[in-house]
Design a protein around this ligand. Structure first.
Ligand SMILES: Nc1ncnc2c1ncn2[C@@H]1O[C@H](COP(=O)(O)OP(=O)(O)OP(=O)(O)O)[C@@H](O)[C@H]1O
Ligand SMILES: [Mg+2]
Length: 576
């Protein structure tokens, strides 16, 4: 909650204006019944009045004052609503930006700790609860203190005795509301968590729909969803029942108080201890005081919701990201990558190698041997230990600003990622101002140009959920084209040929060779395919997080290790 109050402090002018307007509204509301009482007394005094002109004049003045009071209430309500809403909406915006910024600073491994659906529900729903708290919470708090306090004092000043006999039922109501509030607070966190879980289920179902259908698991997923949905609704219904009992209970309590006032006050009027006007004002105050009493319950509701929400948001906002961007060095070029005894808690177990600009390093090895994990450490997508990964021979990547470091990398991940947009947008992702010719050049280099030409709108074809669905091989090659176009000093390709046929494989490898000859990047190619790496300067064969064998392709081919067997198997036809 600190965070919310700190924010409100920052916008104290808005909050103050809203606060003052609220106080004005409350004060005006308090004055109103007094004039009702006075008017009644005035009307009642008519038979004894001698100067009818003045009498009528006074009545007019009272009328005008009452209309004025109501206009004032309306005006100041408008003012506080506007200011409060502005503050609340701004905060909503600010929080959402902060949360999204945090997501973007998280590494893949950080994000594994959160469900995407739950993150989404935090971003959308939890921020809404906080907005409500800022709006409603402030209004209720001021009403409670100012309106409640003023009403009670005014009532007291009108008749202490009548106040003392009529207020006790209200206190019982307040106690009940307080009890209910503490119960509700516990349930709200449960509800928000359930909602997050539900969003995650929907996301998972949407993403996995094909698999769910082919394996005919719809019912299973329906049941899972139904279970959460049921629990969510059950909690909601319980809360709602409790909440909706507030108003009827308040009416009953107000009714009881009114009866007491009529009984005791009526008696006082008859005995001449109180005017009829005062009694009417008093009854109006009784009606008014029910709201602040009830609003304690509402305050607890919005407060608890906001508290659960901000706790959930803070789990993200204060989360310590794995890759802390503490490095300060900027690098303007990369000549080499040196890895020394790289090990981690996942799989890598002492990997060392070095590559220089212009060189090509091939990495191969059985599935699960740690190839993908290894290359993720190089642009610091994952955080290596200190003294394990260096650029330019001696600069620890931990000392380099991550943005500066990564700006030198073109990385083709193993699972190609395409964004909603056109094919051209996707290829030009890293170079938004690329010309048409450059994009076509990159598409040709990645051997995907023929495919693109066959799309309905060529380069302008929309891909993604609302556009055409590309085949796995097409996506992979668009992702390669993106890397070619970026023309970075470091090119990392993780299994770039896993989804293409031999003909396309040859085409891409030939273009890759040409590209390397011309731009001389530092190239790392991970592949199970011998043709993809056999032209490299040096090859690492990995197994279980270690380097099993290494050497030039020729050395390895002539040896009797895994690589030579791989070569014999894959190139058998060519070699014999
Ligand atoms: N984010 C992660 N968290 C925990 N373990 C992981 C993570 N990513 C990979 N691993 C584990 O690390 C090991 C190596 O995975 P990696 O993806 O590097 O294999 P690979 O050599 O690239 O295999 P492939 O040839 O199939 O792509 C695997 O056992 C995998 O389960
Ligand atoms: Mg891999």
């Amino acid at each position: 909650m600190r965070r919310i109050f700190d924010y409100l402090k920052k916008h104290w002018v808005y909050v103050l204006i809203a606060f003052l307007s609220l106080v004005v509204v409350d004060v005006l509301q308090i004055i109103y019944p007094k004039y009702v009482g006075r008017s009644i007394n005035l009307i009642k005094s008519l038979p004894q009045v001698s100067d009818k002109g003045e009498w009528l004049h006074t009545l007019w003045v009272y009328g005008a004052i009452m209309v004025g009071l109501y206009l004032g209430v309306a005006l100041f309500r408008l003012i506080y609503r506007w200011f409060l809403r502005t503050v609340a909406v701004k905060y909503d915006h600010e929080l959402r930006m902060a949360v999204l910024y945090k997501y973007l600073s998280m590494s893949e491994r950080d994000l594994q700790k959160f469900d995407i659906g739950d993150l989404m529900s935090r971003l959308i729903r939890d921020t809404r609860s906080i907005r409500r708290f800022i709006m409603m919470g402030t209004i209720i708090m001021v009403d409670l203190i100012v309106l409640g306090g003023l009403t009670i004092t005014t009532m007291f000043s009108l008749s202490p005795y009548l106040t003392l006999v009529s207020v006790p039922p209200m206190i019982i109501l307040t106690l009940f509301v307080l009890w209910a509030g503490s119960y509700m607070r516990k349930k709200f966190k449960v509800m928000l968590d359930l909602f997050g879980e539900m969003t995650e289920r929907v996301r998972e179902t949407a993403v996995g729909i094909k698999v769910i259908k082919t394996f005919v698991r719809e019912n299973y997923f329906m049941r899972l969803f139904e279970d959460i949905n049921d629990r969510y609704i059950a909690t909601g219904v319980r809360l709602f029942t409790l909440q909706s009992s507030f108003w009827p209970m308040a009416s009953v309590v107000v009714g009881i108080s009114l009866v007491i006032v009529l009984w005791v006050g009526g008696d006082m009027v008859m005995k001449g201890q109180m005017s009829i006007g005062t009694l009417v004002s008093f009854m109006m105050y009784i009606n008014m005081i029910a709201w602040p009493m009830l609003s304690i319950g509402m305050f607890i509701t919005v407060y608890s919701m906001a508290r659960s929400a901000i706790t959930r948001l803070e789990e993200i906002l204060t989360y310590e990201v794995e890759v802390k961007d503490t490095g300060t060095r900027e690098i303007d070029r990369v000549d080499s990558i040196v890895v020394k005894d790289l090990r981690d808690d996942i799989i890598l177990d002492g990997i060392s190698f070095s590559v220089r600009k212009g060189e090509v390093l091939g990495i191969t090895g059985p599935p699960g041997s740690g190839k993908t994990v290894l290359v993720k450490y190089l642009p610091r997508l994952w955080e290596p230990g200190r003294g394990m990964v260096f650029v330019n021979d001696t600069i620890d990547v931990l000392d380099v600003k991550t943005t500066s470091l990564r700006s030198h990398f073109a990385y083709v991940p193993q699972d190609p990622i395409l964004f909603a947009g056109t094919v051209a947008d996707n290829i030009a992702f890293a170079v938004p101002d690329a010309t048409r010719e450059e994009i076509i050049w990159a598409a040709k280099m990645a051997c995907v140009w023929d495919d693109i030409q066959s799309f309905p709108d060529g380069l302008d074809t929309i891909v993604g959920e609302r556009g055409i669905t590309l085949s796995g091989g097409q996506r992979q090659r668009i992702s390669i084209a993106r890397a070619f176009l970026a023309k970075k000093e470091i090119l990392i390709l993780d299994d770039p040929l896993s989804a293409v046929d031999t003909h396309t494989e040859r085409c891409i490898v030939a273009n890759l060779k040409e590209y390397v000859k011309e731009y001389k990047p530092l190239t790392i190619i991970v592949s199970h395919r011998v043709p993809a790496i056999h032209w490299a300067d040096y090859i690492l064969v990995m197994d279980k997080g270690r380097i099993l064998e290494e050497g030039t392709p020729e050395e390895l081919r002539q040896g009797d290790g895994l690589y030579s067997r791989l070569y014999a198997y894959q190139m058998g036809g060519d070699a014999l």
